[in-house]
Design a binder for this molecule. Structure first.
Ligand SMILES: *[C@@H]1O[C@H](CO)[C@@H](O)[C@H](O)[C@H]1NC(C)=O
Ligand SMILES: *[C@@H]1O[C@H](CO)[C@@H](O)[C@H](O)[C@H]1NC(C)=O
Ligand SMILES: *[C@@H]1O[C@H](CO)[C@@H](O)[C@H](O)[C@H]1NC(C)=O
Ligand SMILES: *[C@@H]1O[C@H](CO)[C@@H](O)[C@H](O)[C@H]1NC(C)=O
Length: 366
């Protein structure tokens, strides 16, 4: 804080400015000292561009940009958090570049005032979760770069206002599946980058694969979507995985459909896909359809049931065979024993009396 008191040679006016020469990253606080509308002291401004990149900033300077400002460049700094109102004075911005920082959490309303924004770059940060309202109101957005983050999901609703988006990059994140419904608002998407994610090409990705086919059908471009799971599809590009590979998902749905109390089948959206016109809103799959992650567990359960039933049947069968065999052997042994008894002691005369109860016993065992 004391550093702030060091007078700056660069700025005139009686007010003390932060010491740009000493430590760049503390200069951020210069904004606190305030000024009328103008270029933040740590940035370089020409008519339309405000360039604050590579200044080692830990905090966003107070921004009171000239109303003509169209671009704000904050790339290559050390920003890790942003206050919700960081850009509330920057409504004229069309480009906002926050790439190569350490942002890990963005307030849901951070961009809400940037109604004219056409390009937003969040590449190479530490984002793991995005609030579903984060991009609300950014109806002019054309390019959105979220690559090189730690995103594991694209929440439903996140892209709802971005129908004008033409480029979207989600490359190099931790995505293993995407929900088709989240992407359906992107009716004008031209380029989609999904590479460098650990895709799991199971039923979970099936609906999204149908959406991909629709994207390609209307001329969109897509980079490689390589499966990491299941094992036998590792390294395969999902575009090359035949739809038939996902047929078993339909069976799973049929099986699970009954127990779930008549949820609509998920196949309808995909089947009618390449018929031309963009998907109608009502084909948005029900949440149940989209979340099929746990379906394979039920398969395993079903197989387990069959195995257990088989083992139980087998054991019962073996026991019955053993009992029958035991009965036969016992009967023949007893018969032989009686015969010998009669041979050895023909004069005792009681052989029949001994034999009868035993024979009854044998027949009851058999
Ligand atoms: C401002 O600088 C940027 C490069 O940083 C340049 O592309 C842009 O044309 C400049 N604008 C004006 C109005 O000079
Ligand atoms: C917005 O501008 C006002 C002055 O017009 C200033 O007091 C305020 O701190 C600025 N807000 C931000 C977040 O820069
Ligand atoms: C947004 O863009 C429109 C058209 O270019 C312009 O008229 C309007 O003033 C801009 N809004 C702001 C806040 O700069
Ligand atoms: C990502 O950002 C970090 C920190 O700013 C930087 O060191 C690294 O080189 C960047 N990586 C890429 C691929 O841009």
């Amino acid at each position: 804080m004391q550093l702030l008191a060091v007078p700056s040679k660069r700025r005139q006016g009686g007010r003390t400015q932060s010491s740009r020469a000493l430590l760049w990253f503390l200069c951020v606080l210069a904004g606190v000292l305030g000024r009328g509308s103008g270029c933040p002291s740590v940035c370089i401004c020409n008519g339309t561009d405000v360039d604050c990149s590579g200044r080692g900033l830990l905090y966003v300077p107070t921004l009171n940009l000239p109303p003509s400002s169209r671009a704000l460049l904050l790339a290559n700094n050390r920003l890790s958090t942003l206050p919700a109102d960081a850009f509330s004075n920057s409504t004229s911005l069309e480009l906002l570049d926050l790439s190569n920082n350490f942002l890990d959490n963005l307030p849901a309303t951070l961009f809400h005032d940037l109604a004219n924004l056409t390009e937003l770059v969040l590449r190479n940060n530490s984002l793991t979760v995005l609030d579903r309202d984060l991009f609300q109101g950014l109806t002019q957005l054309r390019r959105l770069d979220l690559s090189l983050n730690g995103l594991s999901a694209v929440p439903l609703g996140l892209l709802d206002d971005l129908s004008g988006l033409t480029r979207l990059s989600l490359a190099a994140n931790r995505l293993h599946a995407l929900e088709r419904a989240a992407f359906e608002p992107l009716a004008n998407l031209q380029y989609l980058h999904l590479g460098g994610n650990p895709w799991e090409c199971d039923c979970n990705l099936r609906d999204f694969k149908h959406w991909i086919e629709w994207l390609l059908y209307r001329g969109g471009r897509l980079d490689a979507v390589e499966c990491t799971l299941p094992k036998d599809l590792r390294g395969r590009d999902i575009r090359g995985v035949p739809v038939e590979m996902f047929n078993y998902c339909l069976q799973l749905e049929d099986e699970n459909g009954g127990s779930k109390g008549g949820s609509p089948p998920c196949s309808r959206g995909g089947a009618a896909q390449p018929s031309g016109s963009p998907p109608v809103a009502d084909t948005a799959p029900a949440p149940d359809c989209v979340r099929q992650r746990y379906r394979p567990v039920s398969v395993r359960r079903a197989i387990g049931t069959v195995v257990i039933a088989g083992v139980v049947c087998g054991i019962v069968c073996i026991m019955m065979v053993a009992a029958a065999a035991y009965g036969c052997i016992y009967a023949s042994l007893m018969a032989k024993y009686q015969r010998e008894l009669k041979k050895r002691q023909p004069l005792m005369g009681d052989g029949d009396a001994d034999g009868d109860p035993e024979e009854k016993q044998i027949s009851s065992v058999a």
